[in-house]
Design a protein around this ligand. Structure first.
Ligand SMILES: *Cc1c(COP(=O)(O)O)cnc(C)c1O
Length: 242
């Protein structure tokens, strides 16, 4: 069961308050930080709520789930892929998503670029970097980021808008916060260095989720991806018993 729209509105207000407070603490303008509603595992109504509230974009982590939900949701929204992308689904993803945040290896670039050429429009992408050196996470290693960026910039139909990362979880809240600060600081530094080196703004820093958005905003996040604080816990599908 999904929450009511009124409840969604209260929760979205609370997230915006958290973003505003983190911006105030960091001396930033809250208009620089967009809220991406992560609708994965929730019904299409979750995306309708986001649109009705005035959010511009939603995030999905599976290609097929995103395509199906988008077909059921007539609202004007941008749909962004934030989950791991298999090479054999790259062209499909390019056709159905407005931006792909999870470009983490060179092998994805050719199929994405070809699909964008066929569509006749540039495809916005973010490069996903494993900025926290988490063995359990997808994302290019920090050391490989310059090469991946150079290869992506050479593709005529891809528009590289910045970077995305996910911070590793720690063993307790203080450890998790330390990982978040280190990860987001690394991504910010990487972006600043590569923007200078390649002479392109790479403006977007997609970092921060329900549990660590303050640390992300403080490090320069321009896009926080929030699911749990908006829609509640995601149910883990249970196999039906015979
Ligand atoms: C699920 C997911 C989120 C949202 O996480 P919450 O903790 O529920 O806010 C953000 N980013 C990615 C890549 C995700 O897969």
């Amino acid at each position: 069961m999904l929450i009511s729209y009124d409840e969604f509105g209260r929760r979205a207000d609370a997230i915006r308050d958290r973003i505003a407070a983190a911006c105030a603490a960091a001396g930033r303008d809250p208009a620089e930080v967009e809220l991406l509603a992560v609708t994965k595992t929730h019904p299409a109504t979750a995306a309708d709520f986001a649109a009705r509230y005035g959010l511009r974009a939603v995030g999905e982590n599976r290609v097929q789930e995103g395509i199906e939900k988008r077909a059921q949701c007539p609202a004007a929204l941008r749909w962004e892929l934030i989950g791991h992308l298999q090479s054999n689904k790259a062209k499909l993803a390019a056709r159905h998503f407005d931006r792909i945040q999870s470009v983490d290896r060179e092998k994805l670039l050719a199929p994405l670029d070809e699909a964008a050429a066929e569509l006749g429009r540039p495809l916005p992408i973010l490069l996903q970097i494993n900025a926290g050196n988490d063995p359990a996470k997808f994302g290019a290693d920090l050391a490989d980021a310059p090469r991946l960026l150079e290869a992506a910039l050479a593709r005529p139909h891809l528009r590289v808008e910045g970077f995305m990362t996910i911070a590793p979880l720690g063993t307790d809240p203080a450890d998790t916060l330390a990982h978040a600060e280190r990860t987001f600081g690394n991504l910010r530094q990487l972006r600043d260095a590569l923007a200078g080196q390649f002479g392109t703004p790479l403006r977007e820093l997609s970092m921060g989720m329900t549990g660590d958005l303050e640390a992300a905003v403080s490090a320069g996040s321009t896009l926080v991806r929030v699911g749990t604080a908006l829609y509640g816990n995601r149910e883990i599908p249970v196999a039906p018993t015979a």
